[in-house]
Design a protein around this ligand. Structure first.
Ligand SMILES: [Fe+2]
Length: 126
């Protein structure tokens, strides 16, 4: 089971957002990669936390007057749609647990390094 860890290289220079990214990574690490009784609660809490984090990040972008706000928002919406698809598969009993967990790791890593870093850059240099 692979573990993905937060490192200072993932810092966006905003303490609240960094702490939330660390918590998200921790929660994804705790997701079982097999069908397990605790999976439902863990994924539900992860989802709630994720959307609260998106709200905080969107607030940060608005405060900064970030020019690519709409585009970034659509990335968050796309993940929400992916969660929706996942829950449909979950209800249908055809979930690839390990695959979904890997997808989340890939998503958050790419999202922080590629998308959130653009906000960080704008916050630093305008
Ligand atoms: Fe984001």
């Amino acid at each position: 089971m692979s573990v993905f860890a937060w490192s200072p290289a993932l810092s966006v220079g905003n303490r609240e957002i960094d702490q939330q990214h660390q918590e998200l990574i921790k929660r994804i690490n705790h997701l079982p990669s097999i069908d397990a009784p605790e999976f439902h609660d863990l994924i539900e809490h992860l989802l709630e936390y994720c959307f609260a984090h998106f709200e905080a990040e969107e607030h940060w972008m608005r405060t900064l007057g970030y020019p690519d706000y709409r585009e970034h928002l659509s990335r968050h919406t796309q993940l929400g749609e992916r969660f929706h698809d996942f829950f449909r598969d979950y209800v249908d009993g055809r979930v690839d647990y390990a695959g979904f967990r890997q997808f989340l790791f890939g998503w958050i890593k790419h999202h922080i390094l590629e998308e959130d870093m653009k906000i960080a850059e704008f916050a630093r240099n305008g």
